[in-house]
Design a protein around this ligand. Sequence first.
Ligand SMILES: Cc1ncc(COP(=O)(O)O)c(C=O)c1O
Length: 387
Amino acid sequence: MSQTSVDEHVMTTYRRSPIAIDSGSGCVVYDASGTPYLDLVAGLAVASVGHCHPRVVAAIATQAARLIHVSNLYPTAPQQELARRLAALTGGMQVFFCNSGAESVECALKLARKHGGSRKRAIVAATGGFHGRTFGALSATGQPAKRTAFEPTVPGFRHVEYGDIGALENAVSDDCAAVLLEPIQGEAGVVVPDRDYLVGVRGICDRAGALLILDEVQTGIGRTGRWFAYEHFGVTPDVVCLAKGLGAGLPIGACLARVEVAASFEVGDHASTFGGGPVPCAAATAVLDVIQDEGLLDQTTTTGALIKDRLASVAGVAEVRGIGLLLGVRLREQRARDVVSAALDRGVLVNDVVPDVVRICPPLSLSEEEAIRGAEIVAQAIGEVIP
Ligand SMILES: Cc1ncc(COP(=O)(O)O)c(C=O)c1O
């Protein structure tokens, strides 16, 4: 199956890799001829427990044989169980289930405006931030290159410099329903704010009566070595958006909110036909079990540090930033795409998130041996591109 024959009937919204992937196991994917690739991309921070983890496969197969879909008109045991597990991880938050990261952000934005009432409509977000491609999420996204062609976007959004607490303070007034931020900006090139930034943001929100929405679509569910990245920064949000790693490949998103905030939604305010279906929920519960039972939070911290240490000493690298297994390797030249190619030639998948940053976001199940081997190969690829 050649790339051309696949893409002839697919809209050109992605720059595709020259290899087509046929199967996967653990942290390795294979093309149709059986060539293995160590996967340090994980389907864009999604395959959190590796490809085709037996417990996830079994959970999907068992649930699919029992019940695939009934809609949200009827409660199901898999959805109730996942909601219970997420509540336990977030100090008792309530959840709305959907199918993607963008949808979890849409839910958060609507909830914030419903909670804020007619006087509080504004949403403050950050430059460089990424929240998805649907119109609400796109309006919050602080990257004009992704937005301009689709304007007019949704009114009521203000953008301030990420990390600039003074700018945020000026932008958040009484008309503000919420501040929406990523605790680490993933798509901007893995930008980690100063340690006290989010604490400052929390204080500003509290003083203005605005909700703090943290978009943990990329950072959540163990990616940084804690269940949620906000745990590193000592803050508690009012609303949390999740997707990506939660279903380890099955499409599921979740918008979680403090019970008092969630209470602003009434019957009919929001909905999703497929959201929280039994199969993705069963898969997500299996993912949470695997992360817990296999000690993947601690493992993520260890393997992330191994990769960081190795790549920090490479001459072509200006900086390695990030926490756990969400790493951005900032190059001294804008050659990330060439590094991706050079790594692919050596059997390793990495991602050029911005022109000078290579993103590394492998499965949390990456072993120490794989981390060392992967980092070594990426180091060689960088050395070839930026001698
Ligand atoms: C922080 C963040 N929010 C939202 C999204 C959108 O998620 P999805 O592509 O599942 O709609 C992404 C995707 O990369 C993301 O990184």
